[in-house]
Design a protein around this ligand. Structure first.
Ligand code: BGC
Length: 778
């Protein structure tokens, strides 16, 4: 039987990077040699000294205690008659990252040899395998790697059976393979402190391949990876290291040669720059390699404004920088697969790349990790709740607020958040829309429903802080969600609320802040998102033929909307002064009655004017800002905000040289927060769906029937978008001079487009190429 094996001395107090060895003697030639592997940690395979696969970071990240992937390779071409050596190195990876899953690295594998005479032989991982130590001395996804090139794998011992959390179900690979993609040569420079720094010109997630010349044995070369130079022109990781001392570092100890080369094995970094020590630039070449899930690129957008084109490029790079088997918030500080970020961006992601399989795999872990109460965590596979029971205990002792953390509890205080947990509903719903694959709905309907039921129960809780509100005692409060912790409009470019300023002035900690947020709730946000999820769930139910559920959640949605409109929107349309998000959210999520709509729009107009046509929306509503403005007829305002080059806005960081999307609206000049946060890149959905006008429809999802509804606006003189659907590529392009426009489009075979031209005329188009001209109205 195939067993999980490990190094006999690899344990909590002595973490090792094991190299497993199996000597293979072939009786005769093989037709096929199928190697199946999985690991607690990440594995790399060498057969007779040759790398057996170009795939990286295997077996990928899943909720390991429940399921763990096996990959399969045919290594016949690498085997020879007689003696062969199979080496598998296992590095820390996600298993031992922050010890979240365990302390000991392990290997599971089978090699099925099919000989030319028809006979077969299977070699499985067991105590017959040897295990030693090799040149990878230490490795951590985030801290980095120590590699001693003088070491050849040695110190062989017999492998032992591993018993640490081996209960995860072994499943076939579902991941899109992670591969090395774009390469960019680095340019050496001296920073203001005189340090040798290599600039790769593009912020990426990946690592550096280095070629070193004329080295001496034991010479130590160090690289530290960061996203920027600070305001004094000095290399720094302060914006993205989260205060960690050990962060994104490579230590390479040379064997001493005319030329030696090295590429990291089990570490990945977010960076544009590398600080170099231990070698001079004339003796070394550095090349950055981007590493991410190898998905096909499907869409593009271009227009007459080069800054917007760069914005599109930056958004695409942030997707590449954060989609490594799971979608993480940033490739530096946290690297957590945050639900909120993915929810906001998943539809945009589908325009840039074929993300169907990527999300299909990831969503399964969301379902697996949903708490019994229906709560959906903020990250999954969870890094906010600790999996490893021993580590969990330590966290709980240190911080009682985390007492409920852990997959068998009910999540910690941060895991009640609407807008994050709603990913359970939104992502399957959007994937269905983009790909027309009803399995997304079938497979995740129960998870979505349990989450909505959890939110509806929370809505019924009473918050004594709002005892003076009319809804508190009259039953309508059941439809206002005013309790619990919610991140809400994270990162609005606005000063914090006065009570928050006071809290920190009195020495409050981040934990006090979270407790404070939980006490106040966020009725305007939580109520709106719960209503949206009721709408989505009702629609999902209708598609799946669950008519009772469809009617039930539609009725609940109507009740929530009525309560929202009555209590949270003032008679003059005021929701929250100073916050565009409040008005955009209410309009986009259909929270406003017909009667109040004109005054809500009037308030929003006032907000836009007060901000001098700059955005001040945060995490959740920025994606809705421009589409909503166009939908209510404020096209000029939408383009004015889009084209702003001053702070806060999408283009401001580009004028400062950004090559990816930033986390914070305050931009790079502040040198704070991550420089590679993909979620604000969701503005590209607007570019594809409004400016280029390519929009999916629920009536025939997956673009079998789609809309073409180009919106001409701002200072753009032309714009074009393309999107490769499963049927073929849709193209849409306009050019204009004054009011006069020329519009061309391509409708792929097997699809139908419903076109609305900028002059207001409508047409139904079957497959073909078309050209129209006219005068834009309005
Ligand atoms: C992460 C986000 C995440 C957020 C929750 C941040 O620290 O980087 O992207 O969604 O926390 O508000």
């Amino acid at each position: 039987m195939t067993k999980w094996i490990c190094h006999p001395e690899d344990h909590k107090d002595n973490p090792l990077v094991p190299v497993f060895r199996r000597r293979i003697k072939l009786r005769q030639k093989v037709k096929k040699a199928v190697l199946k592997l999985s690991a607690h940690g990440l594995y790399e395979i060498q057969v007779n000294g040759v790398n057996a696969t170009e795939n990286r970071f295997m077996p990928g990240l899943t909720s390991y205690y429940y399921r763990i992937q096996i990959q399969e390779y045919d290594i016949a071409a690498l085997l020879k008659e007689g003696g062969n050596e199979l080496l598998v190195t296992v590095g820390d990876g996600w298993w031992r990252w922050n010890n979240n899953f365990g302390y000991t690295l392990a290997l599971w594998g089978e090699l099925r040899l099919c000989y030319t005479d028809g006979s077969e032989e299977t070699l499985s991982t067991d105590e017959d395998w040897d295990v030693g130590l090799g040149p990878v001395v230490r490795t951590d996804l985030q801290k980095g790697e120590v590699y001693d090139a003088r070491i050849v794998p040695s110190d062989w011992k017999k492998a032992v059976i591993c018993t640490e959390h081996t209960g995860g179900k072994l499943i076939e690979n579902q991941s899109v393979p992670v591969r090395e993609k774009e390469r960019s040569p680095g340019k050496p420079l001296r920073d203001s402190k005189g340090n040798l720094v290599i600039d790769f010109g593009q912020n990426i997630a990946g690592y550096v391949h280095m070629t070193l010349r004329n080295t001496t044995p034991g010479q130590t070369v160090r690289l530290k990876h960061g996203e920027g130079l600070d305001k004094d022109g000095c290399f720094s990781t302060a914006n993205c290291d989260g205060g960690r001392a050990e962060f994104q570092e490579i230590t390479y100890i040379c064997k001493g040669a005319e030329k030696e080369e090295y590429t990291p094995h089990f570490a990945v970094f977010g960076f544009r720059y590398a600080l170099v020590e231990g070698i001079e630039s004339e003796n070394a070449d550095f090349e950055a390699i981007a590493v991410y899930s190898d998905m096909e690129e499907t869409g593009d957008f271009r227009c007459s404004n080069e800054l917007i084109n760069k914005l599109v490029e930056n958004a695409r790079w942030s997707q590449k920088g954060n989609f490594l088997d799971v979608p993480v918030d940033c490739p530096t500080r946290e690297r957590n697969a945050w639900t909120g970020d993915a929810m906001i961006y998943c539809r945009t992601a589908a325009y840039f790349m074929d993300v169907k399989r990527f999300f299909k795999k990831w969503l399964v872990d969301q379902t697996i990790e949903q708490y019994a109460s229906g709560k959906v965590g903020i990250t999954f596979p969870s890094t906010s709740s600790v999996h490893n029971p021993e580590e969990l205990k330590a966290v709980q002792t240190k911080d009682p607020a985390m007492a409920l953390a852990g997959p068998t509890g009910d999540g910690n205080i941060g895991e009640d958040s609407v807008g994050w947990g709603d990913s359970a509903v939104w992502i399957p719903y959007q994937m269905y829309l983009m790909y027309g694959d009803v399995d997304f709905l079938k497979e995740h309907y129960d998870t979505a429903k349990k989450w909505v039921e959890f939110s509806l129960r929370c809505m019924k809780e009473k918050n004594p802080l709002y005892a003076d509100k009319p809804w508190y005692a009259n039953g309508d409060g059941d439809y206002i969600y005013d309790t619990r912790f919610h991140y809400g409009e994270w990162n609005e470019p606005l000063p914090p609320a006065p009570e928050v300023i006071e809290l920190f002035a009195k020495g409050g900690t981040a934990a006090d802040y979270v407790t404070h947020m939980a006490k106040y709730g966020k009725p305007e946000v939580a109520t709106a998102y719960t209503k949206r999820s009721c709408d989505n769930l009702s629609h999902m139910a209708r598609i799946l033929g669950k008519d009772e559920d469809a009617a039930h959640y539609a009725a609940l949605s109507a009740k929530i909307k009525a309560a929202y409109d009555k209590y949270l929107i003032g008679p003059d349309g005021t929701i929250q002064r100073g916050h565009q998000a409040a008005y955009i959210r209410a309009l986009a999520l259909d929270m406003v009655s017909k009667e109040k709509k004109p005054s809500v729009i009037a308030q929003l107009k006032r907000e836009l004017e007060a901000a001098n046509y700059h955005l001040n929306t945060g995490f959740l509503s920025t994606v809705y800002l421009l589409p909503t403005l166009c939908d209510i007829g404020l096209v000029d305002e939408a383009f004015r905000i889009l084209e702003q080059t001053t702070d806060p806005g999408w283009l401001h960081p580009i004028t400062l040289g950004a090559t990816t999307m930033l986390e914070n609206w305050n931009g790079m000049d502040m040198f704070r927060d991550s420089f590679n946060h993909y979620s604000f890149g969701a503005v590209c959905q607007f570019l594809f769906e409004y400016v280029a006008g390519i929009r999916p429809t629920f009536a025939a999802p997956g673009f079998r029937v789609f809309e073409l509804r180009p919106v001409i606006g701002g200072n753009l003189s032309w714009a074009e978008g393309s999107y490769k659907t499963q049927y073929g590529t849709i193209e849409s392009r306009w050019e204009r001079e004054g009011k006069y426009f020329v519009y061309t489009c391509t409708v792929p075979e097997g699809t139908t487009a419903r076109l609305t031209l900028p002059d207001g005329s409508a047409k139904t188009l079957s497959a073909g190429n078309y050209r129209f001209e006219g005068e834009r109205h309005g």
